[in-house]
Design a protein around this ligand. Structure first.
Ligand code: TMP
Length: 238
């Protein structure tokens, strides 16, 4: 299916209409941003790597019974997805303390979290993606209460599937962010799952293999993403 008019350009992906009103094309660009878009650079091969990474993960999640918007790969940097009515919120699960949790609560990076935490953030760069709670979502009408409850249930279900997948590759899934939308009344996982939106550490050395390499200026960003992908069985040359 061919892409038509551009609907929206995000920080790392662009979204295009197709001739089917229920389908869109996602184009993964090489742009890499952090700190709510304050730091942006182009990283060679990133669009291709994240497109194939996302396709692999979305397929695994679908096989585990989690509804996702992913339909099929269209090319090196493009895939076809269902057009969802997106909730403007980010669902974050944390298995280990890192990032903003450490800054907010003064806890040490690496502290195991049992049970894993569930947090909500409003997607709003100008406000710095503020943390919100379930009552805000309802009061401001960002999602129906039952849809949010479903998104939360699916976010935890993703944890079971992906913690095991990354563990098999010798990695710890520290935390991740998911975005959901509604398609014909059903709550469906949208956006992407790639090392841009999660934290992954080598289980032995605790080396960071995700976007923290970019945020913290550690270098070797795309090499780390490819290493993660290969360890879970992705062939980026296919
Ligand atoms: P945080 O520690 O900055 O709150 O992020 C938690 C996880 O969610 C981390 O894996 C990065 C991801 N995330 C995004 O991908 N985009 C965002 O806008 C935010 C706030 C977090």
């Amino acid at each position: 299916m061919e892409k038509r008019q551009e609907l929206y350009a995000g920080k790392a992906k662009s979204v295009f209409k197709t001739d089917d009103p229920d389908k869109m094309v996602l184009v993964f660009r090489d742009d890499t941003s952090a700190f709510d878009g304050k730091k942006i650079v182009q990283l060679d091969r990133k669009g291709m790597v994240n497109n194939k990474f996302n396709a692999f993960i979305m397929t695994k999640l679908q096989e585990a019974g989690i509804p996702t918007h992913f339909e099929k790969l269209l090319g090196e940097t493009e895939c076809l997805v269902k057009r969802l009515d997106m909730m403007p919120i980010e669902c974050v699960v944390r298995n280990v303390a890192a990032g903003s949790l450490c800054r907010r609560l003064g806890v040490e990076e690496g502290l195991p979290l049992n049970p894993p935490t569930f947090e909500l953030f409003l997607k709003n760069d100008a406000l710095g993606d503020p943390m919100i709670n379930e009552s805000h979502v309802e009061s401001f009408g960002w999602a129906k209460a039952e849809d949010l409850a479903k998104a939360k249930e699916l976010t935890y279900k993703v944890n079971g599937v992906l913690k095991a997948l990354f563990a098999e590759g010798g990695m710890i899934l520290v935390d991740y962010k998911l975005e959901f939308g509604v398609f014909k009344g059903e709550v469906v996982l949208g956006d992407e799952f790639s090392p841009d939106g999660c934290r992954l550490w080598d289980a032995q050395t605790k080396e960071k293999l995700d976007k923290d390499r970019f945020r913290q200026g550690l270098g070797g960003v795309i090499e780390a993403y490819e290493d993660v992908g290969r360890r879970i069985g992705i062939n980026f040359d296919a």
